[in-house]
Design a protein around this ligand. Structure first.
Ligand code: PGA
Length: 253
């Protein structure tokens, strides 16, 4: 059984003080949960404060991005060793907002994955189609290319460290969630594209307007192994409700 992962992507929200407050509340609310991997990904300036707040808790830290070089004249960028030193365990790579607004491609995603792995950070790699691509029946092709190019060159050992997030771009922050059936279909497709030895163990998260009231049905699907949560991760109560969401994998078939 793959352990469910619930990761909060705070995006460009929460100042230092707000971030500490949020995680303080969250820590209390989820302290008894052992059967889920709980991750928060605050903005860079809050990483250190959040890391202190969650030391000795069941919450783990992730960053939202990284640059592939280790150091040097790259104004505004942050490297894998810096994230590691800030106690990050995970890093989100290739989020659709980064692809859309900051020119990220499957090639830059690939470099970032290798940079993260080199420094023992677990990549949470995002893939997903736009509305136009879905309407043109290109979803499977788009995902296939993102997986083939984004993950090119990974060894069997490296595959084991990967988490994938399927995030249909049309569902992110729009309140429009993919139906559990739509999501399951793509998750199964993604799993079929992974190397056989690793496919069964790799967690594939769903992202895109996941909320307390739809988490249960999504998580019941056989190939949905958790969620990457944006908006609903900004409120401790909502995020907790998703983390605690009961689900029954035998119902989702
Ligand atoms: P959302 O964002 O939950 O606000 O739709 C998800 C994401 O972009 O990771």
């Amino acid at each position: 059984m793959r352990k469910i992962v619930i990761a909060g992507n705070w995006k460009m929200n929460k100042t230092l003080v707000e971030a500490s407050d949020l995680v303080k509340k969250l820590k209390e609310l989820v302290k008894d949960i052992k059967d889920r991997t709980i991750i928060v990904c605050p903005p860079y300036p809050a990483l250190d404060a959040v890391s202190r707040e969650i030391s000795n808790s069941n919450i783990e830290l992730g960053a939202q991005n990284l640059f592939w070089e280790e150091k040097g004249a790259y104004t505004g960028e942050v490297s894998a060793p810096m994230l590691k030193a800030a106690n990050c365990v995970y890093v989100i790579i290739g989020h659709s907002e980064r692809r859309q607004y900051f020119g990220e491609t499957d090639q830059t995603v690939n470099k970032k994955i290798f940079a993260a792995l080199k420094h023992n950070l677990f990549p949470i790699v995002c893939v997903g189609e736009t509305l136009d691509e879905r309407e043109a029946n290109k979803t499977f092709d788009v995902i296939k290319k993102q997986v083939a190019d984004g993950f090119a060159g990974l060894s069997a050992d490296q595959w084991e460290k990967i988490i994938i997030a399927y995030e249909p771009v049309w569902a992110i922050g729009t309140g429009k969630t993919a139906t559990p059936e739509q999501a399951q279909e793509v998750h199964a497709h993604i799993r079929s594209l992974l190397p056989k030895e690793a496919a069964d163990g790799i967690r594939i998260l769903y992202g895109g307007s996941m909320k307390p009231d739809n988490a249960r049905e999504l998580l019941a699907k056989p190939d949905i192994d958790g969620g990457l949560i944006g908006g609903a991760a900004l409120k401790a109560d909502d995020f907790t409700a998703i983390i605690k969401s009961p689900f029954d994998k035998t119902q989702g078939k």
